[in-house]
Design a protein around this ligand. Structure first.
Ligand SMILES: C[S@@+](CC[C@H](N)C(=O)[O-])C[C@H]1O[C@@H](n2cnc3c(N)ncnc32)[C@H](O)[C@@H]1O
Ligand code: SF4
Length: 373
């Protein structure tokens, strides 16, 4: 088996179009697709990829996200991936919208190199799906899932949301029960957030009250645990050995490259003077990006900024990380934040000896982070 090289890292590829914009979504996604020149988009992605000098780099994980990348013709995905160096262990994920199934087949995606699919289910309840503006039914999600399985896709995630308009605790738990029956390898279970500049932000739908949210959260995570799904991050639950490698790299504050409109990257340079962290970003509007795919905005993250950034990610992990990871990734010492950490530990929010929250602190992540802003 080929070993992962020391240079190996993560690659995010952004596909910006969807068949219909969902009213809660603030991702860089735009209605359209067919009318766009997919070949020109592929050329732009390749120019961007080569322009960042990534030809010789071997990737441990690749994530094709969106938007709805399942609208990108599989033949073009195959051409894109054939330029990316991987090894037998590379996790290669694509996000699939169950309402886009006429645009691809799982066999084609597998032949293109995809070995993990993340299906945007959100709910199995047709009335809820309609309220949140989805283009598919619960039955279509199940069909999509079964097609993936019968095409021998071995690693499948289902994205579900909870706390949706008018949702009761039993409806939310019923969604999880339906998901678990399908036996996915991974479940991402996100609380619906009302993001600024979305349709839901301008006309806010009635959301479940705090008590209902609390019983959904407690009941749902307990039920997932009982069903063999280990919670390893605030919203991520997996069967043994099926944690998402790509997302774990983000939460552990690892480096990654971003290709595509609005895609972010994070790079660390180890210099004699210390660790320097850079954030990169691409042009956001698809048309501007296609015209100028190599244009990159670069911003250095200061040492003060790197502390909340690191903690915001690492503390989402149920097991946290050890302080060596903090020191390696930020170039700072634990002593630099020891005073604040002790205060939080005295309040029972964090573990004294590890970069990790307590069970109580896991529910109050925002107040922990406030201490470092
Ligand atoms: C980048 S989206 C793309 C997935 C794909 N386009 C789809 O919707 O089927 C990834 C996931 O983020 C979650 N998500 C998107 N907007 C959200 C919001 N406002 N609050 C909570 N979760 C959200 C959804 O579960 C979604 O499947
Ligand atoms: S399909 Fe996904 S990316 Fe597209 S608008 Fe809906 S949630 Fe956003």
């Amino acid at each position: 088996m080929k070993k992962t090289s020391v240079n190996s890292t993560a690659l995010y590829i952004h596909y910006p179009w969807c068949l219909k914009k969902c009213p809660y979504c603030d991702f860089n996604s735009h209605e359209g697709g067919k009318e766009n020149d997919q070949e020109a988009f592929l050329q732009a992605l390749l120019e961007d990829f080569f322009g960042q000098g990534l030809k010789e780099r071997e990737f441990a994980s690749i994530f094709i996200g969106g938007g709805t990348p399942s609208l990108f013709p599989p033949k073009l995905i195959s051409r894109l991936l054939s330029n990316v160096k991987t090894n037998v262990d590379t996790e290669i994920t694509i996000e699939v919208n169950p309402g886009s199934s006429e645009h691809f087949s799982f066999a084609e995606l597998r032949n293109a190199g995809i070995n993990r699919v993340s299906i945007g289910a959100q709910s199995f309840d047709d009335a809820t799906l309609k309220t949140i503006g989805r283009i598919h039914t619960g039955g279509e999600i199940i069909k999509c899932y079964q097609q993936a399985r019968s095409s021998r896709i071995k690693n499948i995630n289902l994205d579900l949301m909870w706390g949706m308009p008018g949702q009761t605790a039993s409806q939310a738990i019923q969604d999880l029960k339906t998901a678990v029956k399908l036996k996915p390898d991974h479940i991402s279970w996100y609380q619906l957030t009302i993001e600024p500049n979305t349709i839901f932000a301008s006309s806010k739908p009635p959301l479940p009250d705090e008590d209902t949210q609390c019983s959904i959260e407690t009941g749902g995570s307990r039920m997932l645990k009982k069903s063999g799904y280990e919670r390893y991050e605030v919203s991520a639950f997996s069967r043994e050995g099926k944690a998402c490698r790509h997302n774990q790299n983000y939460w552990k504050f690892g480096d990654y490259f971003g290709v595509g409109p609005g895609a972010h990257g994070k790079l660390t340079k180890f210099e004699e003077s210390g660790v320097r962290i850079f954030r990169t970003n691409k042009l956001k509007r698809p048309a501007s990006y296609i015209k100028n795919p190599t244009h990159t905005f670069i911003k250095e993250v200061s040492a003060a900024e790197s502390v909340p950034e690191f903690l915001m990610n690492a503390l989402r992990l149920e097991d946290g990380v050890d302080w060596r990871a903090f020191e390696k990734r930020t170039g700072l010492l634990f002593e630099d934040i020891q005073g604040e950490w002790k205060k939080l530990s005295d309040r029972g929010l964090v573990e004294p000896g590890r970069c990790k929250t307590t069970e109580l602190g896991f529910r109050y992540l925002d107040s922990i982070l406030q201490a470092f802003v």
